[in-house]
Design a binder for this molecule. Sequence first.
Ligand SMILES: [Zn+2]
Ligand SMILES: [Zn+2]
Length: 396
Amino acid sequence: MADVPHELSAQIGDGGEDATGDDVALDPGEPQFDLVEPGRVSWREVQPDTIKRRAMGKMRAVQVAQGGGALELVEREMPEPRQGEVRVRVEACGVCHSDSLTVEGQWPGLSFPRIPGHEIAGIIDAVGTGVVGWSAGQRVGVGWFGGHCGRCEPCRRGWLIDCRNLRIPGISYDGGYADAMVAPADALAAMPDQLSAVDAAPLLCAGVTTFNALRHSGAMPGDVVAVLGIGGLGHLGVQFANKLGFCTVAIARGSDKEALSRNLGAHHFIDSATEDVAARLNRLGGARAVLATVTSAKAMTPVIEGLAVRGRLIVVGVDAEPIEVSPLQLIGASRSVVGHAAGASIDSQDTLGFSALSGVRPMIETMPLSRAPEAYARMMHAEARFRMVLTMAEQH
Ligand SMILES: [Zn+2]
Ligand SMILES: [Zn+2]
């Protein structure tokens, strides 16, 4: 896991001024914003400055003013949805490692200031012209897939997640570290009532990535499927693999992850620090699929010998280094090494639906929006167990 190369400082308190000339305090300890519709929350719970801010068409947001800069809590104009867009009143937003692309300014062509966040769960509260099938009051999620162009070749083939002009919340436009955000309607996933917003948020990136990769892995119920790495992605991957009916193997460094892995649904555990991973997988008959969630290509290389005939190494953990594999390893058993991107909004919707149905839930730590810099730092230092989720209600 990468170190945090830039110091993170919360520039809290720079609330700007509202039209009356009074400072709008952004005290992180104070409940400031009601997230549900007025009928669902007691007005006693709504702080006066929340009502004031909303009446003035303002919202709180945590933005990055420039690449490599700090996350800072600011007041912004409430965004208005244009044609084909909706405004989502954000209830919860997961903190993903890919948010560092925005915070560190690593995404090419990024424009600033930018609000990060692409694990967004909330409620539609305004609908732009031309939107069909979505209405105010509906619970929705928005993940990494933030809209497609419909014109490029992958789009024309129906491979929407591979759109050459893919839009990503928090990168292409402002994301979910805010009281509200605007998204194109094609980026929306309907959120089942059984899922809370804080549980749904990580499922919109970490969840869809692992669920979609596993369900398209080619493995059938009863097949041996391994999840390499038990972290933000892997702890969901193990649950999904179990619920999809696979003989589920968790692979992690150190025996301290064994009890957790078994609780999440792993039938077998391999400690990669002390055991020969390939040999163990082969004793189980070889893995039909290995979902590699670790951010280390070096850690992926040893599992290739543990793949069964026609087995696939499915890579979802990001690293710039090469995975080592010989043509002999691939050809001899018709093995393959494939990458898998998260999924389009309908895949996110399927992930939420499957999770509601099967009981898969992320393990999360929540923090209020005002503590976003701290949540981000915990995630970057790999201290989160296992996903940080920002909440907008300030009830902590
Ligand atoms: Zn993500
Ligand atoms: Zn496209």
